[in-house]
Ligand binder design. Sequence first.
Ligand SMILES: *[C@@H]1O[C@H](CO)[C@@H](O)[C@H](O)[C@H]1NC(C)=O
Ligand SMILES: *[C@@H]1O[C@H](CO)[C@@H](O)[C@H](O)[C@H]1NC(C)=O
Ligand SMILES: *[C@@H]1O[C@H](CO)[C@@H](O)[C@H](O)[C@H]1NC(C)=O
Length: 478
Amino acid sequence: MAAADLSLALAFLVLAGALLPAEADIGVNWGMLSTHRLSPSIVIDLMKENRIGKVKLFDTDPTVLRALMGSNIEVMIGIPNEMLALLSSSPAAADVWVSQNVSRYVVKGGVNLRYIAVGNEPFLTSYQGQFQPYVVPAMLNLQQSLSKANLAGYIKLVVPCNADAYESSLPSQGAFRPELTQIMTQLVSFLNSNGSPFLVNIYPFLNLYQSTDFPQDYAFFEGSSHPVIDGQNTYYNAFDGNFDTLVAALGRIGYGQIPIVIGEVGWPTDGAFSANLSAARAFNQGLVNHVFSNKGTPLRPGVPPADVFLFSLLDEEQKSTLPGNFERHWGIFSFDGQVKYPLNLGHGVLKNARDVQYLPSRWCVANPFRDLNDVSNHMKLACSVADCTTLYYGGLCNAIGDKGNISFAFNSYYQVQKQDEKSCDFDGLGMVTFLDPSIGDCHFLVGVDDSSSSSLMSFRNLSWLWILILGVLVCSRI
Ligand SMILES: *[C@@H]1O[C@H](CO)[C@@H](O)[C@H](O)[C@H]1NC(C)=O
Ligand SMILES: *[C@@H]1O[C@H](CO)[C@@H](O)[C@H](O)[C@H]1NC(C)=O
Ligand SMILES: *[C@@H]1O[C@H](CO)[C@@H](O)[C@H](O)[C@H]1NC(C)=O
C-alpha cells in the first residue's frame, strides 16, 4: 500500500471511530460460584479481547481486584447483604471496609472502580424484609467514608433491586410495593442527590418460566402477537414493559427522570425447556440490538438504559438451584471461557478465552463390566457436590439414558475433585477413560487447571523456550 493510501486509510479509520455513536455500554456480571475457576487474568484477557469494558462483581475478592489493576475496565464491586447490618450501625466499620476494599485499589495504575453495589437485591420479597432497614443507613455511612477518603465524587453507591420491588398490570400504573414506598423514596432521593443511577435486574426469562400463559414472543424482541396496550402506548416486549413500570414507579415518588442501569439481564442456556442456546442467543442479541438502536421505551423515548450488565459472563456450577436448574447456566461463555453461541456485543462476534489450562483429557464413567443396581447413593453424592442439572427435564443431557446419567454424574464429580484417582472409584463402579464419552450435544466436561498462575507461567516460559529453540534451528540452517 502506498504511503498516501495508508494515511487515507488511517484518516478513514479515525473518522469511522469518531462517528461511532456514544451509546450505552454492554457490561457483564462476573460471579464466581464455581469450582472450575479460570484464573482472573485469563478472564480479564477474555473481556479485553472482546472489548467488554465494564464488569460487575458480587464481592471484593482481592485476587480478582488485584488482577483488574491497570486494566482500565470499569468495575462495580458488591457488598453482600449479610454485611449491611454492621455497616449501617458502625461508621468505623464502614471506614475500615472502604479502606480495605476500596481505597487500596484506587491508586495510580489501580482499579477503575466506579460503583459500589450496597447489598444485592436486598428488598427481594423472599428475604421478608430482613435487610430492608439497613440499606439506607449503610449507604449513608459508606458515603461518609468515601468522602473522608476523597473518593465520593468518583465512586457512586448504588443498590441493585430485583424487579419484584414494583408491580402493576400496566406499565403506566407502576408503583413500588406499598411496604417499600418510604424506603424507596429515601433511597432514590439519596441516589438522585448523589448523581447515582437506579439499578434494576430484569428477567423476561423468569416471567416465561414461571407462568404458563405468558406469551412466549413477548419475552423476546422480534415483535409480539400479544402486545400490551397501555393507553397511547403499545409494548411489544417484556423488557420495555418492565422498564417502563419502573419508570412509572419512580415517577410516582417524584424521580421519573433518574437514570436507570440494568444491573442484570440475560437468558440461560440449559436446565429448563426455554433455557436453550437459540433462545438465549435470540434474547441477548435482541436486547443488545434494542439497546444500541437508542429507541428507548414509550415512557423514555430515545433514552436507552444508562448501562446494561449481562447476566452473566461465565456459567457458575455451584449456584443454588432453588430458583431452578437453569441457575447454573446463565453464562454467555461456558465455565471455561468458551463461546456458547454467536453473540455480538457491538465489537464483532465473541471470541473464546485464550491460554485456558485444562486438566488432562481424562473422564470418569460407569464401569461397563459392573452391575449398576446399587449406584443410586453414589449418584446422589456425586450430584450433591458436582453439577448434574443438565440431566433433568429440559436439560441438554436429559436423554442420554440410564448409564449415560451415571457416567455423567461420576465424571462431573471426578472433575470437581480435580481428577483425583480415588474420586472415580464409587466402590468399583467407576472407571477412568481416555476416550471422550460426550454424547451428541451432551458434553462431558474436563475441568480447568486452576493451580493457575504458576502453571501458566511455566507454560509461557516453555513456549518461549520453544521459540528460542526454533529460532536457533532456523538460524543454523541459514
Ligand atoms: C472487605 O469485604 C469483604 C467482603 O465484602 C469482607 O468480608 C471483608 O471483611 C471486608 N474488609 C473489611 C476490612 O471490612
Ligand atoms: C428453546 O426455547 C424457546 C423459547 O421457549 C422455544 O420456543 C424453543 O422450542 C426451544 N428450543 C428447543 C430446541 O428446545
Ligand atoms: C436420567 O436422569 C434424569 C433425571 O433424573 C431423568 O429424567 C432421566 O429419565 C434419566 N434417564 C434415564 C434413561 O433414566
